[in-house]
Structures are given as C-alpha cells and as structure tokens.
Unconditional design. Structure first.
Length: 156
C-alpha cells in the first residue's frame, strides 16, 4: 500500500520538475459513413529550464485527454541541449518538411531572439542567449518544432 503512494509522490514530483506548455491545439475532423467525427490534437512542449526539452503530440476526444497524452509522450522524448557560455556552441541549420530553421550563438545579454515555436523551445529549455530564424515558408508549428529538434540533435 505504501509503495503505491510513493510512486504517486514520485510522479507528481517529476511532473513538477518539468514546465509544460501547449503550443498548438487543433480541432481535427474525420468524415465517416455516419457523419463527422471530431477530435482534438495537442502539441505540447516540456522543459526543465536546465537544458532538457521534449515535445509530444496527442489526440483524443477531449482537450484534456489529448494534452495529457501529449505530455506523457513529451516526457518520453526528452533531449538535452548543449549550452556553453549561456548559449549554443555553434551555428546550426536544419530542415523538416517545408520548415527550414537556423540557430546561432549569441553574446551574453542578447536574450532569446527567435519567433513563434522556436522561442518557446528555447524558453522552456533554459537557453538564455540565442538567435533563431525560421527561413522556410512553412507556418506549420509542428514542422518548425521538429526542425528545431533536428538542429538540437546536431549540437555536440
């Protein structure tokens, strides 16, 4: 009986360790023979502010179900960003779909100069100084985040 309580406490402590942010919430409709079936798709980012970041996509009949699934998937897919002198070590470019992004190191005191979903990634990861630019024509938040994570994977 006590073990179950300890597990719950560990989970809640682990959940508090990560900050969660819903980046995109879309209503998705599937047309079937009987009519339209509506669901929700949530894109969630989780980060601890110390260089660890993850994202997840969840679908469900309810908003809370979809965000819960996305949060669990994001926790499983956590990556670490290499931070040197409060910025990334070197310039990186990455592409996913039509989304093409570029990340550059920035001097101390610059802050986060990036737009849209890239800014949220850097804020949750805890990168204090970085310059990011979305170069492609894509406005798709999911593809931009996947391109950002591809760039993070290139950092060593």
């Amino acid at each position: 009986m006590i073990r179950g309580r300890e597990r719950r406490d560990n989970r809640s402590q682990e959940d508090k360790e990560f900050e969660q942010r819903v980046v995109d919430l879309a209503r998705v409709t599937r047309v079937t023979k009987g009519g339209k079936r509506m669901r929700f798709r949530a894109l969630v980012l989780v980060g601890d502010g110390k260089g660890r970041i993850g994202f997840g996509v969840g679908k469900g009949a309810d908003v809370s179900v979809s965000t819960g699934k996305a949060f669990l998937r994001a926790k499983k897919a956590i990556r670490t960003i290499v931070i040197k002198r409060e910025t990334i070590p070197y310039e990186v470019r990455a592409k996913f779909g039509a989304a093409y992004i570029m990340m550059k190191p920035a001097p101390l005191g610059t802050g986060i100069k990036a737009g849209g979903p890239m800014r949220i990634v850097f804020e949750l990861a805890g990168v204090p100084n970085v310059v990011g630019k979305i170069l492609g024509t894509s406005k798709n938040k999911l593809n931009i985040i996947k391109a950002t994570f591809a760039a993070i994977a290139q950092l060593k």
